[in-house]
Design a protein around this ligand. Sequence first.
Ligand SMILES: C[S@@+](CC[C@H](N)C(=O)[O-])C[C@H]1O[C@@H](n2cnc3c(N)ncnc32)[C@H](O)[C@@H]1O
Length: 283
Amino acid sequence: MENGRIARRAPYPWRVVIPVEDAADPRIADYVRLRDVDLRKSLEGGRGLFLAEGEKVIRRAVAAGHPVRSMLMTAKWLDRLADLTGGDTGDVTVYLVSDEVMEGITGFQVHRGALASMERRELPSVAEVLRGARHVVVLEDLVDHTNVGAIFRCAAALGVDAIVLSPRCADPLYRRSVKVSMGSVFSVPYARLKDWHDGLEELRDHGFRLLALTPAESAIPIEEALTGGRNALLLGSEGDGLSSRWLAEADQAVRIPMSREVDSLNVAAAAAIACYLLAAPGH
Ligand SMILES: C[S@@+](CC[C@H](N)C(=O)[O-])C[C@H]1O[C@@H](n2cnc3c(N)ncnc32)[C@H](O)[C@@H]1O
């Protein structure tokens, strides 16, 4: 060990492993208080980073080309993730902690035992993600990161080509979204509208028919509205649903018929059904 570092020697010759015993160590500031949403938003936005949690998700983030800033893990993950520091990731600093210190830093027990702090990249423009796309999902002002992650996972599984977010929609790269998406936030292209009020015009300009998903009885059943061509499914926020502006802008309001005992579906459940129908043969 040199100055608290285990540097480039067997059994981990390819990287720098730094044992950390104090949860207040400033070197691991990227990982603090993971459940404090406000703190995390400003910290991650300010530093241009996001966190990937668990082996599978970290691997997908790396494969998608996100540079690794550092990793934080308990000892049992050192071997499992050893190969990750090759190739494009170059040399990665690994902060090695006990379960207790991990919990002290992050604020909870990280069951998957490994976190990576990754660099964000500039998002493509809306025009770029729409080019060549046929099935698109558009999310208006969702606030729940779990829902955003679940919708990305559905989109990846059910053949959606791209996702477009309203300017205020929750961040797909927030740790919870990334985790719930199982890394689908790295495989489904997405972009953020700059303008909420007139932003949907850009989709129409690209030839998309705008289908507004709403539980309202006045809407037609979604299966009657799906035809071939370019379709964009608009999904609204957890509380209020789609805004009156976006409902008015849509070409057609569509509903998933439900039992009368229920007011609405969770937005991710609605997305799963709608994406499945959209990708069905013939649509
Ligand atoms: C929890 S719901 C919002 C409920 C809100 N009170 C409303 O009336 O839209 C969130 C989103 O899920 C979608 N959704 C939920 N249930 C639906 C249904 N039965 N048919 C179509 N979309 C639905 C809509 O896009 C909605 O904006």
